[in-house]
Design a protein around this ligand. Structure first.
Ligand code: UTP
Length: 292
């Protein structure tokens, strides 16, 4: 059966980024530069590689540089053109041509579920992708593209998942799930536990910052009760969705970098820097020459 196409990708980016202070006092976390481009550009490129044509940024006060980044900059372009810097001109232009970008605001950071709810009118009645910009997934086939294929197979909501060993799983939402015999990367979800206490996890399958959700999720978010700090948790809404529809985890192929805190960001900088086609080999040689 042909399922609806995943055309829209929602980027919750209205948080305060407190773990990065002081860097994020006046600069959005999502605009911190990882190697040579802002964090959020990685996610937007992934969505585009998955076939999405509309990006919905959930923004907040003081974060307009995000939308500026994806807009054209005629002054910059004219200046580069006048100086005949065509390669740089192409880089500047290509960012604004990635996709149609729509911005809506979350007035207060009332949780991930609440952030996604802000996209309700723009998304309308179709399944959509959600990408958390601080999870960077390095993969030969874009993680979201793999998930779109899983959606095309099932027609159900798909939660990006990876195995997290030992007690480290306690920092994640965790799936109680069974792999399908026909495709063991697809995990049929029975239940979900947010940050299970060590030893109580139903599996080692963590939920990462990639989702494909059916539009019924909006009704679920509207009906859940706020948890700690008045926040509406997306996990609670997906649990409610499970009462009505099947939901699958998808064990993607690739490597995730948690760039949402300082240590993860530093490690991602080194790993992705070393893999960068232009910067990598010099960086590797320099690192080798150092006596740390
Ligand atoms: P995080 O919890 O990692 O981001 O949420 P944060 O709240 O900005 O960071 P800290 O914990 O204070 O350091 C994951 C993503 O969800 C967005 C964030 O902007 C981030 O991209 N988010 C989170 C929202 O858009 N709204 C919210 O209410 C919460």
């Amino acid at each position: 059966m042909a399922h609806q196409k995943i055309r829209k990708a929602v980027f919750p980016a209205a948080g305060m980024g407190t773990r990065f202070l002081p860097a994020t006092k006046a600069t959005p976390k999502e605009m911190l530069c990882l190697v040579d481009k802002p964090l959020i550009q990685y996610g937007v490129e992934e969505a585009v590689a998955a076939g999405c044509t509309e990006i919905i940024l959930i923004s907040s006060r003081g974060k307009t540089t995000m939308e500026d980044h994806f807009d054209s900059n005629p002054e910059l372009e004219a200046s580069l053109l006048a100086k005949n810097k065509t390669a740089l001109l192409e880089i500047a232009r290509s960012v604004s041509r990635l996709a149609k970008v729509t911005v809506t605001r979350q007035p207060e950071p009332l949780g991930l579920g609440h952030a996604v709810l802000m996209a309700k009118e723009i998304v309308g009645n179709e399944p959509f992708a959600v990408i958390l910009p601080d999870d960077i997934v390095d993969a030969d086939i874009a993680c979201m593209r793999q998930m779109v294929e899983a959606f095309n197979e099932t027609g159900c909501s798909i939660l990006g998942s990876e195995v997290v060993e030992g007690d480290a799983i306690s920092a994640y939402g965790c799936l109680d799930c069974t792999p399908l015999a026909s495709n063991p990367r697809l995990l049929e979800v029975k239940n979900m536990v947010e940050k299970p206490a060590p030893g109580t996890q139903p599996s080692q399958n963590a939920i990462i910052g990639r989702y494909i959700l059916t539009p019924r999720i909006f009704e679920m978010i509207e009906n859940i009760t706020p948890g700690a700090g008045g926040e509406l948790q997306l996990t609670d809404a997906i649990k409610a969705l499970l009462q009505h529809e099947k939901v699958y985890g998808y064990s993607y192929i690739g490597k995730r970098h948690d760039a949402g805190d300082k240590q993860g960001f530093l490690r991602a900088t080194v790993e992705l820097g070393l893999k960068h086609p232009k910067l990598g080999s010099d960086l590797r040689a320099w690192l080798k020459s150092q006596t740390f």
